[in-house]
Structures are given as structure tokens and as C-alpha cells.
Ligand binder design. Structure first.
Ligand code: AMP
Length: 217
């Protein structure tokens, strides 16, 4: 499988990607957001270049993203499922993805769109706390950590991401509407089937609907 998880920031794509991989016993979860945050932490050239876009809630240029993702896609074993989270985010990225996949004789098998209204996304993003060590995500509104600011998985420090602050969140949602939402139509009218999953249900039910969309029993 090569599955694209589409949907606005805060809709729960990362959470569902991790759960899916746990439940199918493996696979490669590729989150361009996580890869970019790692590059920022490591202070690489890419991280330094990406940082200014990320802080404003803008998209990092397509050429940088495609370079970043190419290695991951081409070095993943052909029998390993790939779950793409937060990529592609623009039509040129989708076209670049098709071209890289065709180099390794693979193609997008499914596209799943997670949906939730904007006021819910703002609430989720404002309550989101991420672990600086292992990347686990908690939510002070829905899934509070047992000890304040401490990751329940590894004991690391939980932070409110700079780009989850209200002004940046509004910009990220606008950027999603203008640059990423056109992918819905793109995939509906192209090759891969697009399925819709409501993210407005308990997390386990979202997972069930996601598995149903992928036709996994
Ligand atoms: P995320 O964690 O997926 O919400 O991504 C956080 C930030 O990283 C985004 O707001 C963008 O600045 C940047 N980013 C992540 N993935 C992409 C992508 N595919 N294309 C452009 N920018 C991206």
C-alpha cells in the first residue's frame, strides 16, 4: 500500500497513521512535518531554510520537500506499506510523488481524506502538546498527560508547538484551503480512489472508519 492521508492540520492524520501501522504490524510512516522538525532541531541547511516558512505557517517550497522525501520513498522496501502524512500538500508535490514512485515501480493505492470543521481544528491545535524527545502528541482538552508537561510515553518535555499558536494556526488553515484542498479534486478526478472519513467521532471509531476506507478487516 501507498496511502496518502489528506486533511487539514489538527484533524488527526498523525495519530491515525501511527495506529494503522501498529495494527497492521509495520509499515513506514512518513510525515514531512516530523522530518522538517527533525532537520530544524539538527540545524541542517534544510532545517535552517525551512524554519522561516514553518514559523509563519507557510508551506516549505516544493523543491525542498521533494528532495527530502525522495530518499525515503526510494529506500523503502517494495513490500513495505507507506503511509504519507502531510505530503503531498500541493499539486506539484502530488505530481512529483507520482514520478518518484514510478521510478521504483510503485503507485499511490489509496487517498483518505479526514474531515472536521474549522472550529474543532482550532480547539484541537490550541490544546495539542508534543513531546520534544519522542514526538508523541497529547491534547490537554481530550487526552491530557497524567503529569503536566510530561510525556506519558518517554518522560520527555511536552511543548505547545510554535506553529500551533492561534495566529499561525489561522494561517495554516488558510494555506490548507488555498494550496492543499485542491488535491481533493485532483485525486477525485485522477487515478487513486479517494475516501472520506469523518474525524468528528471518538478516536477508535475514526480508526475503524479509516480501516474500512482501506478495506482492511
Ligand atoms: P505538519 O506537522 O504536517 O502540520 O507540518 C508543519 C509545517 O511543516 C507546515 O505548516 C509546513 O510549514 C511544513 N510542511 C510539512 N509538510 C509540508 C509539505 N508537504 N509541503 C510544504 N510544507 C510542509
Amino acid at each position: 500500500m501507498v496511502v496518502i492521508l489528506l486533511g487539514p492540520p489538527g484533524v488527526g492524520k498523525g495519530t491515525q497513521a501511527v495506529r494503522l501501522i501498529d495494527s497492521i504490524g509495520g509499515g513506514e510512516h512518513i510525515s514531512t512535518g516530523d522530518l522538517l522538525r527533525e532537520a530544524c532541531r539538527d540545524g541542517t541547511d534544510l532545517g535552517l531554510e525551512a524554519q522561516e516558512f514553518m514559523h509563519k505557517g507557510e508551506l516549505v517550497p516544493d523543491s525542498l520537500i521533494l528532495n527530502l522525501i525522495r530518499d525515503h520513498l526510494t529506500t523503502t522496501a517494495s513490500e513495505t506499506s507507506i503511509i504519507l502524512d502531510g505530503f503531498p500538500r500541493t499539486i506539484p508535490q502530488a505530481e512529483g510523488l507520482d514520478s518518484v514512485l514510478s521510478d521504483v515501480a510503485r503507485e499511490v493505492s489509496q487517498v483518505v481524506l479526514f474531515e472536521a470543521p474549522e472550529d474543532e481544528l482550532i480547539k484541537r491545535l490550541s490544546g495539542r502538546r508534543s513531546c520534544t524527545d519522542c514526538g508523541a502528541v497529547f491534547n490537554v482538552h481530550f487526552e491530557p498527560p497524567r503529569i503536566e508537561d510530561e510525556c506519558g510515553r518517554c518522560g520527555g518535555l511536552l511543548v505547545h508547538r510554535a506553529d500551533d499558536q492561534p495566529d499561525t494556526v489561522r494561517n495554516r488553515l488558510q494555506v490548507y484551503e488555498s494550496q492543499t484542498a485542491p488535491l481533493i479534486e485532483h485525486y477525485e478526478s485522477h487515478s487513486a480512489p479517494l475516501k472520506r472519513v469523518s474525524a468528528m467521532q471518538p478516536i477508535n471509531d475514526v480508526q475503524l472508519a479509516f480501516r474500512a476506507a482501506l478495506e482492511i478487516g
